[in-house]
Design a protein around this ligand. Sequence first.
Ligand SMILES: Nc1ncnc2c1ncn2[C@@H]1O[C@H](COP(=O)(O)OP(=O)(O)OP(=O)(O)O)[C@@H](O)[C@H]1O
Ligand SMILES: [Mg+2]
Length: 443
Amino acid sequence: MPVAAEKLDAGKLDEGDARRLEAQAPDKQLPEASADADRYIPPLPRVSIQVFCETSQANSAFSEAAADRRASRAHMTVQMGGITAAREFYVEAATPNVIVVESTADGNGLLGHLDRLAEVCDPGTRVVVIGHANDIGLYRELMHKGVSEYLLAPVDAILALSTLSSLFDVPGTDPLGRTVAFVGAKGGVGSSSVAHNVAWAISQELVSDVVIADLDLAFGTAGLDFNQDPPQGMAEAVFARERLDENYLDRLFSKCTDHLSLITAPSTLDKEYDLPGNSMEPVIELIRKTVPTVILDVPHVWTAWAKATLLGADDVVITAVPDLANLRNAKNLIDMLKQARPNDRPPIVVLNQVGVPKKPEISEKDFGAALELQPFTTIGFDPVLFANASNNGQMIAEIQGNAKPVEAFRALAEVLTGRSELRKGKRSALGPLLERLSLKKKN
Ligand SMILES: Nc1ncnc2c1ncn2[C@@H]1O[C@H](COP(=O)(O)OP(=O)(O)OP(=O)(O)O)[C@@H](O)[C@H]1O
Ligand SMILES: [Mg+2]
């Protein structure tokens, strides 16, 4: 049973409360390290957490949690204003991975406020509520509505950390991160450019953490594209085998921006990479434990490990240019993936470098008809824009924020992170449950 439920069921102070009160007693000079402090709390993954408090007590507890070593990978902001401020904020902004809201309202007041917050909450966002009402009925109703956790105030830093950590460390549940494999229907079609720019859109526009893993060990361009000269992360991770764990992996990341990290390829030729089929899997599985989206930049090769990586990804994005060889290769890839993954959504096709002067092309419509799958988006041929971006080690959005491809990258970012609802007006993570509840009430 969650900590909060136990507290509520018992309807009384627990050990943590007792220790806090004892520590606050006037004759105590220094509070003793609480027994809770010895408890192992798994470090928080690379997630965004925004906390809206009503009391200064909660504010200082969550600020302390945010500064704790176990929260060093996460992005945690703490502010005042409670649910009302949160609602106002998210009318415009995308919601983070976790929202924590404190409310001093009674049961009905709290439920009313949460309903209004739910209207602006994106799917996939987890909501933790700090309340002042000790009421098991309320707790149950909140859980029923899709709230991840209800904590009875006052909450200290350790309880805040352990609650947040437990949201992502539940044995037997799905790992945190979704993996998206980007592959070209031929070499040089722009698959890496699309992958990197989509990752940028996820990190900058959707403000969600993302890692790019460059699987093109010999020739990868992720380091160049982001103007980074970091350790040869990906090869080291692959060859580390049983030595690989989260701490080892942390060293191999190079941080590009607050929300975007790379694990780059060595891009040297002193080794050959004839890897066994299962070589990438343990690395990918470990990365996805620490971050909500993992972009896999898969080279245009057909090896056992490349095939296994495409088959194992949550989504596959195939970039193609509109000619016959690309069409044939894209069709073969799509048929293979559809057959091997009948219960997954089909791959997403990006038609790139469309409109090269004087070059005869297959039209988007004919390309889609032959594939039996319409391209999700089309990106025009713009050599100046793309060459400027790669020569400067920058993304397209940094070179020209209003360029057409930026819109395409954002749309892809939204679909791949499940945020596409943002465009049609927000739908809440709590929405389906709220709908079910109101249906029940009507019946
Ligand atoms: N829409 C576009 N218009 C013009 N140039 C583009 C476009 N998209 C990509 N490019 C350019 O094409 C070149 C190849 O791009 P990129 O390296 O992303 O392709 P790739 O499919 O990953 O290639 P590889 O097979 O080497 O992995 C780069 O110079 C890039 O700047
Ligand atoms: Mg590439």
